[in-house]
Design a binder for this molecule. Structure first.
Ligand code: FES
Length: 230
């Protein structure tokens, strides 16, 4: 999928369907269906929050709240779950699979969430901190879902030499965000690039996968208007 690709929202599944996503608190343990609880509170979706651990023992309110929070995170990322499992299967047995997996996940769903990090860490027998450290080290990896389109503005030397700073400034002002941010209307995420391979026609901007050369502030305004109307 393109850098600005979207994961298609899917209907939230029934509570039974998400139990297999791993409510286990023990590394490597199978997730067991929770024992029926008569006093299950409703979560935001009107469904029930599981209030027992893997062994059917009652959780404290704090633990239940934590489970509910994690459950919500998983619900949010559930649309990408099948894709993630397929990616993990495709990279099984590969040497040094972490970066290829992270690239594949971002290409497929547009970002790498905390839920992705947890599942990848488990699959590779790494800690979440180790996987998160790699995700946060590389600016390329997004930790939040991007806007509908991703605007890359080149900040490398050739573009800077051709007044690329003016283009950058205009992009930040018009979208109302700094690098890494998404415009209030959710249409554009602004990201920096360091050479888009179009130095001869600097300054360069790329929106999703479409490259634009000799992008003055005025031209960028026209390009963004065109993308808004798509
Ligand atoms: S420096 Fe901007 S495209 Fe190469």
């Amino acid at each position: 999928m393109a850098p600005g690709g979207q994961c298609t929202p899917r209907p939230r599944p029934a509570a039974e369907a998400i139990q297999g996503w791993g409510l286990s608190r023990r590394r490597g343990a199978e997730a067991a269906p929770p024992a029926p609880q008569p006093d299950r509170p409703a979560d935001l979706d009107g469904r029930t929050v599981i209030r027992s651990d893997d062994e059917g023992q009652a959780l404290s309110e704090a633990e239940a709240a934590s489970v509910g929070k994690r459950l919500g995170e998983r619900l949010l990322s559930l649309g990408a779950r099948e894709i993630l499992e397929r990616i993990l299967a495709e990279h099984a047995g590969m040497e040094g699979p972490l970066l290829p997996i992270l690239h594949a996940v971002q290409d497929a769903v547009g970002h790498i969430s905390a839920a992705h990090v947890a599942r990848i860490a488990k699959a590779l027998n790494l800690s979440r901190a180790e996987v998160h450290g790699v995700v946060s080290f590389y600016h390329y990896f997004r930790q939040h879902e991007p806007g509908r389109h991703v605007v890359h503005v080149c900040r490398a030397e050739a573009c800077q030499a051709m007044r690329g700073e003016q283009t950058e400034l205009h992009a930040r002002r018009e979208l109302g965000v700094d690098y890494g941010g998404t415009s209030a209307d959710g249409l554009f995420t602004l990201e920096a690039a360091y050479c888009l391979g179009n130095c001869a026609a600097a300054p360069t901007v790329m929106i999703d996968e479409k490259l634009y050369g000799r992008v003055t502030p005025e031209r960028l305004a026209a390009i963004l208007a065109e993308w808004r109307n798509r």
